[in-house]
Design a protein around this ligand. Structure first.
Ligand code: SF4
Length: 221
């Protein structure tokens, strides 16, 4: 098949339609449920590291039902916090990190986590993906949250060529139109779970087949 050149506007429009009926990306789902503070979304993102969304979502809801402000979380005993997030991978380390986050936000920032990338990245356990997702979703800033789905899919398209999520983030910042910076994660998480999957993506029914370069795709459905 002769491929058309990749049209990002058309691609975004088609993906919006394709993911309409699919479950939302986890942090966007929590935001829609009313967990809208930067602290809540950062804690949830920390819980999500190496943990399936299907596990992270009930774990974050369980934690927030018990404590959802930095002050409330900082008053939890480490053992209770561990127990609350026990379903998450590396829960012991994450409990320490979330407790340290809550204490510092309560003590140094008056209970409000600032929408400042340098502050977010200064916490143990917070990398560029979580920082950008929080800044994009909770703070309304133009930020690209590059997780494994955004990295894999934009490279398969041939839209960027980068070996790590961090490099993909830099490449997308140089190329992706800014109005899509927050939305791309919201779209590509469900698109990556159900259509452009890690193994054997569903190319034969994909709405982008005529323009996607399918870079690195050796087997598909
Ligand atoms: S054509 Fe295949 S590789 Fe390209 S976006 Fe669609 S599912 Fe992914």
């Amino acid at each position: 098949m002769i491929k058309k050149s990749f049209d990002i506007d058309l691609a975004i429009n088609r993906i919006r339609t394709a993911v309409e009926s699919l479950p939302k990306a986890a942090l966007f789902e929590l935001y829609a449920e009313g967990f809208t503070s930067p602290f809540e979304l950062l804690a949830a993102c920390m819980i999500s590291i190496r943990t399936f969304d299907e596990v992270m979502l009930p774990t974050a809801r369980r934690l927030f039902a018990r404590a959802r402000t930095p002050e409330a979380v900082s008053r939890l005993a480490l053992a209770e916090l561990r127990e609350l997030i026990r379903a998450s991978t590396f829960y012991e380390r994450k409990a320490e990190q979330i407790l340290a986050l809550a204490r510092r936000v309560a003590e140094e920032y008056g209970g409000e986590l600032p929408c400042d990338p340098a502050v977010l990245l200064s916490f143990d356990g917070v990398g560029p993906k979580c920082a950008n997702l929080v800044l994009g979703i909770a703070c309304g800033q133009a930020r690209i949250g590059v997780d494994i789905h955004v990295h894999r899919i934009t490279n398969r398209w041939g839209y960027v060529k980068a070996s790590t999520p961090e490099k993909t983030m830099v490449a997308l910042e140089a190329k992706l139109p800014e109005p899509y910076w927050v939305e791309i994660n919201r779209l590509l998480v469900p698109f990556g779970k159900h259509i452009c999957t890690g193994q054997r993506p569903r190319c034969s029914t994909c709405p982008l087949i005529e323009m996607c370069q399918q870079v690195g795709v050796t087997a598909h459905r």
